[in-house]
Ligand binder design. Sequence first.
Ligand SMILES: [Zn+2]
Length: 355
Amino acid sequence: MVERIEEIEAEAKAAIEAAGSVPELEDARVSYLGRKAELTGILRGIADLPPEQRGPVGSTGNKVRKALEAMIEAKTDGLKQIELEKSLAGDRIDVTLPGTPARAVGHIHPITRTRRLIEDVMVGLGYQVMEGPEIEHDYYNFTALNHPAGHPARMLQDTFYVEHEGHVEEVLLRTHTSPMQVRAMEATPPPLFMIVPGKTYRRDSDATHSPMFHQVEGLAVGEGITLADLKGTLLAMLREIFGPDREIRMRPHFFPFTEPSVEFDVSCFHCGGSGSLDDGSRCGLCKGIGWIELGGAGMVDPNVFGFVADSGYNPDSVTGFAFGFGIERIAMLRHGVGDLRLFFDNDVRMLGQFS
Ligand SMILES: [Zn+2]
């Protein structure tokens, strides 16, 4: 019987060594150590053996069973490691490689790029960049900017009013970035040099107007600031944006919150300000005028300082200038885009041209 156990051991060891996979090894385990295996049967039948055989058969049988179990366990670990390495080699993926085909990298929207350009230029001139609420009180949007009651700009067709606690015409979507003039002066004593880029809203929609559009407001307040400072600031800013050869001009205009008020133009960067191109044809960009209209500006009306006199803005001691213009207008001119709405359709074929 002991010899038979030793034969089984030799057979089993050969089968375990020959197993090339985890399932094959499992088959060997069932054959030699399973419930129906010969060795299991021998060990189970020890009690039926003659007494003098029970000891040797029992100890040999158990020793062989333990040895085979240990051998299978060691072999299992080895096979699992080999199979893991095989599957890793077969499914090798380098997640750091670009996809195929490589995804196109997006870029910043042309309106945002234009806004950042303007911010960079003005920060370079010593201005700070401020932001303000898009939902605004009538007081900041109109009243404190010297819009008397009944001013046409307050009319419902121009302004999106927000119903607030049952009242209309007290809260609105700001129609310009100018409310931040008053808010900034309330918060900061003079001297103040700031710009406010941001979204504004009006009930207007065509090729050059959108119900939502972006403006940049500028405000400089201190002692002895004059219209000449305004002109020099606008010239420095527009030369950075449109090129060092640009000139500007200012034309008298009217705004409720500046006095005197002007509109400002930049000389056409397409025709060099002559109004005609090299072949003698009329310049389409400036329509032959040589100037491109850009925005409004002026000296801060003393009445506006009156609303913030308690914050240190005594109209008798400080003066200042303000200006405002549309970011879309600058982007349209810089990129030759004829319809403002294209910026907001978010057609990547259009936006992708400005990468
Ligand atoms: Zn021109």
